[in-house]
Design a protein around this ligand. Structure first.
Ligand code: HEC
Length: 221
């Protein structure tokens, strides 16, 4: 037998061993036929594997999600234009941005996972951070905006913040001191690292510094 035929043979033998009603008989019939090598082609083999993988993927249980509605928050936070959902990194407990949405959005988020909400003003800086984490109850799946891996954003000091300071600030300042004295965690708008004006930096860079501070300014020099 060719290598592909051997592989198919092995696969089918495995399938035949697995318990299962009609499929079992079907596989046994197919298996009987492969004793006289059938003209399987590599392409057909690959297609069969892809179909099998698709079935496994479709059957994989989805992580439960729940909805959050920020509508009632907009009364309490009239200056808020967007809401952030922050989540904890599993290994390090560091916070990352799971997603940021308009106040009237009703996004779906991972259920039973500690989340921290943060309101953002027109200037893109946090104006309020919830005092504690909440867990959202799982609710039946309905289509809609999902905050998950795809919308997530991480800000890492070494990768995203230090290069900005190296380029624009370190010529005149000791970086550790600048960060120690110029940062109030979760409050970029009160952090001179972000609000200073004597060293002009691009608005993208300023947003990056601000997001790092608003996410708690973890891992500092
Ligand atoms: C050309 C030199 C120079 C550069 C570049 C520079 N600074 Fe400064 N910075 C100064 C001086 C001088 C002071 C005043 C020192 C003092 O009062 O102790 C200062 C003060 C500060 C202060 C405290 C007072 C304030 O303005 O709030 C902060 C915070 C600060 N700088 C942040 C930064 C940041 C962030 C950068 C980079 C984006 C930067 N600086 C780049 C020279 C510089």
């Amino acid at each position: 037998m060719e290598r592909d035929d051997l592989a198919i043979d092995g696969l089918l033998r495995e399938l035949a061993r697995a318990p299962g009603g009609d499929d079992h008989a079907f596989v046994a019939r197919v298996l009987a036929r492969t004793q006289h090598p059938a003209p399987w082609k590599p392409a057909a083999f690959a297609a069969a594997i892809l179909v099998a993988m698709g079935m496994v993927y479709a059957m994989a249980p989805e992580a439960p999600t729940g909805r959050i509605d920020f509508a009632h928050q907009s009364c309490l936070l009239p200056d808020a234009v967007r809401m952030r959902v922050l989540a904890k990194e599993a290994a390090s407990e560091r916070l990352y941005l799971l997603g940021e949405v308009a106040m009237d959005a009703v996004p779906r988020v991972p259920a039973s996972t500690p989340l921290l909400f943060q309101a953002v003003g027109r200037d893109g800086l946090a104006i309020w951070t919830a005092p504690s984490f909440v867990k959202v109850r799982p609710t039946p799946s309905t289509p809609g905006l999902m905050l998950d891996r795809k919308s997530a954003r991480r800000v890492d000091f070494a990768r995203d913040v230090k290069p900005i300071l190296d380029l624009h600030c370190s010529g005149c300042h000791a970086e550790a001191e600048l960060v120690r004295e110029g940062v109030t965690p979760f409050e970029a708008r009160r952090s001179r690292l972000v609000t200073q004006t004597h060293a002009p930096i691009s608005s993208d860079d300023r947003r990056q510094l601000a997001l790092w501070v608003d996410l708690g300014a973890c891992v500092r020099p």
